[in-house]
Design a protein around this ligand. Sequence first.
Ligand code: ATP
Ligand code: MG
Length: 574
Amino acid sequence: MKMSQLLAPTLREDPKEAEVVSHKLLLRAGYIRKLAAGIYTYLPLGFKVLQKVSQVIREEMNRSGAQEVLMPALLPSELWQETGRWNVYGKELFRIQDRHERDFCLGPTHEEAITELVRRSINSYKQLPINLYQIQTKFRDEIRPRFGLMRGREFIMKDAYSFHTSKKDLDKEYKNMYETYCRIFERLGLKYRVVQADSGAIGGGYSQEFMVLADSGEEEIFYCEKCDYAASRESAGVGGEKIVEGIGKGGDEKGKDKVKEVNTPGQKTIEEVTAFLKESPEKMIKTLVYETENGPVIALVRGDHALNEAKLKKMLGVEDLKLAADKVIEGVTKAPVGFAGPVGLKGVKIVADTAIPLIEQGITGANKEDYHLTNVVYGRDYQAELLGDLRFALSSDACPKCGQAKYSVQRGIEVGHIFKLGTKYSEKMKCVYLDEGNKEKTMIMGCYGIGVGRTAQAAIEQNHDEDGIIWPMPLAPYQVAIIPVNVGIKEQLEAAEKIYQDGLQIGLDVLLDDRDFRVGVKLKDIDLIGIPIKIIVGKALKDGQVEIKLRKTGEINLVEIGKVGEWLRQNVCS
Ligand code: ATP
Ligand code: MG
């Protein structure tokens, strides 16, 4: 490609709309342009990078035995009704109607669509297992689209779905995908960590996330220095707290004071009550009322802890969970909002975090306007039906696997996610096959995603300096840029053209900066764009040499003009 023809509008200034460096650089170096919030055009350079990422993914997925397909982005609501996700998915789903007022959505993920395909085209165990994947545009009406391609509303994802006759067979493919993902991210030159994850709206059983390490990452990775445990903030377990025995038998009352009702006029929040009573939030029994498909539930966590809704969902085995409306809270507690507590509450399920029974004498709402209770003792004054880990872990919490006293925390960007779905979709959609004995069985599923644009951008977070992007070779839109210092000098331009042709011949992506600009300007642009190798055709040409400069290290090699092809073969093709 000749730079004079390339549509790569570079910007001198940092665009105001961009918060993270990778987003700034994608805009400044002319890779992407915003059309609307979370919706981007990929310019020639941007599209080329996406193709490079896709190609590595495609090669490794094919190597793993998966087959590529392409499903529609426009999906009929009936399929989503079958799995119940038409209602559960919420506002992130882009919903539309056709001219006959039939409901459709723009696919945010394709479990329903693929299950429909497989249930219609596979009926025997002989056709299983199978793993189908696609690289396709997804649509999610993200509440906060931001950071460019990191969290878009329209973005490209590689999604794969596997179908099996047994859990063991799924385990095997899951491991195969795990290894495939490791190969993909290694080939792309990324530093990453695999963490145990929450499976979110896609649901099902076990899942792991591939996190590219970066300080600007949205995710927090909790990992143990002593063992190999690593988890996302959403799923990091809390170790070291024993579940208190004797639920329903009454706690240890010895030496404990009696419950006291105290007047707390207008004091509703944890902060207000603890300030008013001059107590610490660790003594507060935070009482949260949730609505679920099985009715209201009360969840208790310590005043200084944050309840983790994913863990609560899992404990309750519900799909639908939201903080209750004021009316529901008032119905359950018979008091205005702000004074809820577990003592004396009847006819509602109460669940609690493992830290709750350890509060020796707690403070909580009295279910009465302007009153709280102090000296509240677990087992004596109230009880939970279920006890378990319900809160977000803190770095001060212990590792749940080996008991190491505290966590280490690192930030990361989630670029890939692998799930063992089990029969969550196949059961609801009756995706069945006939086994050896001609008996109908439900297929067992796995699913595996990679954000293509997010991966490309995450690579920039890890590879840049004050001058611009420093692409790892496999991601670079062009591996080599050839820069004649002065295009007005015929010999220089001719020599550059010759190297350009040689590079193309070898099969490299080469850029010839044939613009009639000062060399300083050209070098600045090429560095901003992040081309790994610059071949500068200038003064040394009179000695039959060119300068080859590496973007990453700044290292300069003087190479004889006749040997440039060989140098490129050795240093770029391998
Ligand atoms: P997140 O927690 O970041 O919202 P997710 O759990 O919703 O991600 P998945 O449904 O597992 O994501 O999607 C698979 C992959 O697609 C993710 O690992 C990520 O790389 C990518 N991805 C998800 N949402 C977006 C988005 N809005 N923009 C760009 N890439 C995305
Ligand atoms: Mg999401």
